[in-house]
Design a protein around this ligand. Structure first.
Ligand SMILES: *Cc1c(COP(=O)(O)O)cnc(C)c1O
Length: 368
């Protein structure tokens, strides 16, 4: 393994390929695969990840906002890109970069149609998003006839796909609710096929949906977290490989006497002689204050070192008493061998939040 010389997120493209092939193996060969690369590809590097996936012939990409799609186009992504939550103010930019909007309300629909008409566009592909129970974004099923009238009476846009998003695919205690959402989606799909020709694509499953509800894969699935190596389930995690490993180095060691304190507000008090190591990353890098006070470990030369005291903005201190280590030695925060899912659990949060919270000042290094 390579040694780092500063705080670095190592991104392993071989692990990405492994995860992609694993997820693909769970769906039919003809089902399209949409790679969700929003939020810097879950805190990694959207351009590198998307280019790698494009080379592996992924069918579609998804981002949350228009600027993320523009960055992908500028990086050479030519495959279709869905924008999950486009903002009205960016509709023109979206069209100029051939991005496909998720249309989820009448205001968004009519707003988008008028921008496309102003630009003299015909048959611009859009995805209609329906609310089936998440209650976040989406048309209600009973709006379908009205929106189909609006769409039939113009030529600027065409319905490329119909979609919905499930609330609890990873939670098997919510299976009944998920099946209800899927039934609602099925009803919408049938009506849509009667109203729009050619029949639009249908897509509803996220990563845990692919694993737990493969019968609902329709024409396309949308996967994010699984590509990055996490499956919201320990059995699935065992099949996947974390693509990102966050590493840093020991900046300085301190020899603390019994009764001394460490860090801001003196929140760590030593009851014996203690050796600490200061590491150059902090809450400004995405390691929040919840990770302090001995709850969370990092790995140094194969040993667990707890994060002690208050996490600072740019640094954390760990207890390395009894661990053989020197200034400059490598430290693994999470990733290979220390999954982000377990690390994040110590702060009562999830891998999604930990990964997407990693700040842009951490250098990213692409491997393999
Ligand atoms: C983020 C997102 C996904 C991806 O979900 P994962 O659980 O990361 O696979 C899929 N669909 C929508 C609408 C999303 O917002």
């Amino acid at each position: 393994m390579s040694r780092v010389t500063e705080t670095t997120l190592e991104i392993d493209l071989q692990a990405l390929a492994h995860n992609y092939h694993y997820l693909r193996s769970k769906i039919k060969p003809e089902t399209k695969f949409m790679a969700v690369v929003k939020a810097y590809a879950y805190g990694s590097d959207a351009q590198a990840i998307a280019l790698c996936l494009q080379n592996m012939d992924v069918d579609y990409f998804a981002v949350a906002y228009v600027n993320e799609g523009v960055a992908l186009r500028n990086a050479g992504i030519t495959k279709p890109i869905l924008v999950l939550h486009p903002q009205k103010v960016h509709f023109r930019t979206l069209i100029e970069h051939s991005l496909e909007p998720s249309i989820y309300s009448k205001a968004i629909l009519t707003g988008f149609v008028s921008v496309a008409q102003e630009m003299g566009i015909h048959h611009y592909p859009v995805h209609l998003k329906f609310n089936t129970g998440l209650n976040r974004l989406g048309f209600e099923a009973n709006e379908l006839r009205e929106i189909s009238k609006i769409i039939t009476n113009q030529k600027a846009i065409t319905v490329r796909a119909v979609m919905s998003h499930l609330a609890a695919t990873e939670d098997l205690e919510e299976t009944e609710f998920t099946l209800t959402q899927l039934q609602r989606f099925e009803v919408i799909c049938k009506e849509v096929d009667a109203l729009f020709k050619p029949a639009p694509l249908k897509h509803v499953l996220n990563t845990s949906g692919i694993i737990n509800y493969p019968q609902a894969q329709y024409d396309m699935v949308r996967s994010g977290i699984g590509l990055y190596g996490y499956g919201n389930d320990s059995d699935v995690d065992n099949e996947l490989k974390p693509i990102g490993t966050l590493k840093t180095i020991i900046a300085q060691k301190h020899f603390i006497k019994a009764g001394e304190t460490v860090g801001y507000n003196r929140k760590y008090k030593s009851d014996k002689e203690t050796i600490t190591a200061t590491l150059p990353l902090g809450h400004a890098d995405g390691i929040g204050r919840e990770y302090g006070h001995g709850k969370t470990y990092v790995s140094i030369n194969g040993h667990k070192a707890p994060i002690i005291g208050n996490v600072c903005m740019d640094m954390i201190m760990v207890d390395v008493t009894g661990i053989e280590c020197e200034e400059g030695d490598e430290v693994i925060i999470f990733g290979k061998g220390l999954p982000a899912s377990e690390f994040s659990e110590t702060a009562n949060t999830i891998s999604y939040e930990l990964l997407t919270g990693l700040s842009q000042r951490i250098s990213r290094v692409i491997k393999n």
